[in-house]
Design a binder for this molecule. Structure first.
Ligand code: PLP
Length: 428
């Protein structure tokens, strides 16, 4: 290693010992990184192809105000998303506040009183518990007479086919499938496994709506859940598809009827997709989508590097160092509150923004335990930017994700390791 390189890392607070530990791990990852680059190349073509096919023009980048009637940029972007993801239609809006909002809209729009919602993949993401009414909340689906059923994954992470068959009944209207593990240590689902699950559910009830919570999954593989039969696919623009540039937003894509239902819910019955000014975000949405395949690849490299670093040190990591990837989240079970806090402080210290602040655990709205979050992001709360968070509850796992560039993700992981070492929690 060149002396100037070592000196620069040292200047940033990374010791030579931590740096060379990391370099050794990287030696073994060359082939995996090449595979990631190949998927990014394919996905880059998909995005550019969809932009060209829909004749994205300079005029699409301009803002609209007021009602936003005939917003060319907004309407064209929705066609670009739909084509790129293999969907009939898409709703891509800055009026969708976040991923939870997108999911809440898609659910409320397509369920009616008396219907049942089924999750065949276990407990959904924490913030959806109040949307559904698993934890009572004002305006939940439960308050509107929509019931919820859940079938957990089996111990080995496989689907409980028999349990799912028994759970599907006359009232089952919509099946929600979360691709990513979220704040759990279950495996993330591959697009192919999602396809098998959808085919099974439809073989029992052909008209059931299958929705995939695609948060953190976009562009990780060369295909998306809509291409294996999902009727709806939902995600956040401050995660993968925003490419780090979208300052807000969410998307809902899939079958035209269900997407239109979502538009009628997001705005109002009758107005649907016709209103909703883009207020100047179009350029960031387009450019972010354009960058999303390579940004996702950078985040994936960071996740794989983290898995291999912490696995080598004896921590439980999900996915493990060699497993194939279906989302950008890396869970590392650090086993103690101190471990979670030191890890997050390292990620924070590596940030381009707010690197000097010290993250503390706090009671975040929507979560049932204190959560510590590290993020020095250009877009507040953006988790496609290098970030880490962990609920302060057993098994004291930290969830690490993002990195707009691989080089920055690498710095963050080395810094987390440095803080763990300084706290006496690891021995290199
Ligand atoms: C992030 C996430 C959500 C919620 O998105 P927010 O933008 O945080 O509201 C839902 N599901 C999964 C799997 C997620 O990762």
């Amino acid at each position: 290693m060149e002396a100037s390189f070592v000196a620069m890392y040292k200047e940033m607070g990374i010791s030579e010992e931590v740096l060379s530990f990391g370099e050794e791990i990287l030696q073994g990852l060359k082939q995996r990184f090449e595979e990631i680059d190949r998927i990014a190349e394919y996905n880059q073509l998909k995005v550019v192809h969809a932009m060209q096919k829909n004749r994205v023009s300079e005029a699409c980048l301009h803002p609209s105000t007021g009602y936003g009637y005939d917003d060319l940029g907004r309407d064209t972007l929705e066609k670009v998303y739909a084509d790129c993801f293999g969907a009939e239609d898409a709703l891509v809006r800055p009026q969708i506040a976040c991923g939870t909002h997108a999911l809440g809209v898609a659910l409320a729009a397509n369920l009616r009183p008396g219907d049942e919602l089924l999750s065949p993949v276990g407990k959904p993401y924490d913030t959806l518990e109040e949307v559904i009414g698993i934890r009572p909340s004002r305006g939940s689906l439960a308050e509107y007479g929509i019931t919820y059923a859940q079938v957990d994954l089996l111990e080995d992470g496989s689907f409980d086919w028999e349990g799912i068959r028994n759970a599907i009944n006359d009232r089952t209207k919509l099946i929600t499938i979360q691709r990513s593990k979220g704040y759990q240590t279950r495996p993330t689902l591959s697009v192919d496994r999602i396809g098998e699950l959808i085919a099974f559910c439809k073989s029992i009830k052909p008209d059931v709506i299958c929705m995939v919570d695609n948060c953190y999954g976009e562009f990780v593989e060369d295909k998306e859940p809509v291409q294996v039969g999902a009727d709806l696919m939902v995600g956040s623009l401050i995660k993968n598809p925003g490419g780090g540039l979208a300052p807000i937003g969410g998307y809902i894509c899939g079958k035209k009827e269900y997407v239109e239902n979502a538009a009628f819910r997001l705005t109002t019955p009758g107005l649907g997709k016709e209103v909703g000014a883009s207020l100047g975000v179009n350029q960031a949405f387009y450019q972010g989508f354009f960058l999303a395949p390579t940004v996702t690849a950078s985040a994936l490299k960071g996740a794989i590097f983290a898995a291999n670093v912490y696995e080598k040190l004896g921590f439980a990591v999900v996915p493990n160092g060699t497993e194939s990837r279906h989302d950008i989240i890396q869970a590392v079970t650090l086993g103690s509150p101190e471990g979670v806090i030191a890890f997050c402080r390292g990620i924070q210290a590596a940030a381009p923004v707010d690197s000097y602040v010290t993250p503390e655990p706090w009671a975040m709205p929507g979560y049932d335990a204190d959560v510590i979050m590290a993020a020095g992001a250009f877009v507040q709360g953006s988790s496609i930017e290098l970030s880490a968070d962990g609920p302060i509850k057993p098994p004291y796992a930290v969830y690490f994700q993002g990195g707009l560039t691989w080089q920055h993700a690498k710095l963050g992981i080395l810094m987390s390791l440095q803080k763990m070492k300084e706290a006496g929690l690891v021995d290199l």
